[in-house]
Design a protein around this ligand. Structure first.
Ligand SMILES: Cc1cc2nc3c(=O)[nH]c(=O)nc-3n(C[C@H](O)[C@H](O)[C@H](O)COP(=O)(O)OP(=O)(O)OC[C@H]3O[C@@H](n4cnc5c(N)ncnc54)[C@H](O)[C@@H]3O)c2cc1C
Length: 298
């Protein structure tokens, strides 16, 4: 379980990080919270020659918000800061819920939001709510920066669009729509420090009548290599007056759209059933919150 020898850098600015990643190339790894990286190094899955610790770089940390525009979350923001942020709880509830469920208190104090997406585990907690909330990521290199939706950044199991010399710097979350609500939940043995068998986030906005679904994003995790947007299920509810029958149809459609595998955590059949369970529960909760009605019994 010993780590390989490596040279350690602790830059103070984003410019210094970009110089380092540009110069050191694939032999270097970014060290954020280290809760994935150091385990992979201990297990000899990775043997970087250089570690670039980004924890001293203030411009990559923290949560800011501008009314009408939305929130910006720095890549090196700790999951615990997101979990305890009143702003995130009020405006982006699904992300607040997911942050509160990631690992243990110790892990959340170390782990960063950026690390969770860059590691790109199919079972990761925060990408589904971020995608449901319409988050974009900002990717930077010496050559400049680009913005892309998170669902285009994560390409597969431990695969992202990050090319040599690039780092993720921040997440951009749009202002939530009026009469909207988001919710997140998972199925899994978290008390046993187990990762999710299935997770899901829903972000639902209603028309002025408070009953018709104006927009909807349903994103499933752990049932595909990437956060999976339940396009069919969304289409069943968008433009319709929310009711139990359509909600059930949408839940069944999401279950069909899921593309799970069987592994030691759950069978593919169980995962599909749990997709429908989560879809019903989250759609009802989000509708109740967006319409201002009492929370349901799900
Ligand atoms: C006991 C335990 C329980 C866990 N439980 C959960 C869980 O329930 N749910 C869950 O989703 N995860 C869980 N994890 C995994 C892990 O904590 C998260 O994925 C975490 O968010 C990773 O963030 P980090 O800052 O620690 O990343 P690091 O380990 O520092 O980095 C992860 C990867 O991303 C790269 N990277 C990080 N930041 C950047 C950046 N800005 N630009 C480019 N590359 C970057 C690193 O080089 C590395 O390859 C758990 C881990 C442990 C040890």
């Amino acid at each position: 379980m010993y780590l390989n020898d490596f040279e350690y850098f602790a830059p103070k600015t984003c410019g210094e990080i970009l110089d380092l990643v540009g110069r050191l190339g694939t032999k270097a790894k970014i060290l954020a919270g280290g809760t994935d990286l150091l385990i992979m190094m201990k297990e000899k899955m990775l043997k970087p020659d250089y570690l670039i610790d980004i924890n001293d770089v203030q411009e990559l940390k923290g949560i800011s918000y501008e009314p009408g525009k939305g929130a910006v979350i720095g890549t090196a923001t700790k999951i615990s800061e997101i979990e305890h942020s009143d702003l995130i709880r009020e405006k982006y509830f699904a992300l607040s819920q997911a942050a509160g469920e990631l690992g243990s208190a110790q892990v959340r104090a170390m782990a960063t939001l950026g690390g969770n997406s860059c590691h790109a585990s199919p079972a990761a907690e925060t990408p589904p709510p971020l995608v449901a909330l319409g988050a974009k990521v900002v990717v930077k290199s010496i050559a400049g920066e680009k913005e892309l939706p998170l669902e285009e950044f994560i390409l597969g199991n431990r695969k992202t669009t990050l090319a040599e010399g690039e780092i993720l710097t921040k997440f951009l979350l749009p202002e939530p729509a009026p009469r909207s609500a988001s919710r997140y939940s998972y199925i899994g043995l978290r008390d046993a420090m187990e990762i999710d068998a299935v997770n899901m986030a829903v972000n639902l906005a209603l028309e002025d009548d408070g009953r018709t679904v104006k927009s909807l994003r349903m994103v499933m995790g752990s049932v595909s290599p990437v956060p999976l947007i339940a396009v069919e299920a969304q289409g069943i509810l968008i433009g319709q007056v929310f009711n139990q029958e359509l909600m059930e149809k949408a839940a069944q459609a999401a279950s069909v759209e899921a593309n799970p595998i069987s592994d030691i955590r759950a069978s593919a059949e169980y995962r599909r059933e749990m997709v429908a369970v989560l879809a019903r529960r989250l759609l009802q909760q989000a509708f109740n919150a967006a319409s201002g009605t009492k929370e349901g019994n799900w």
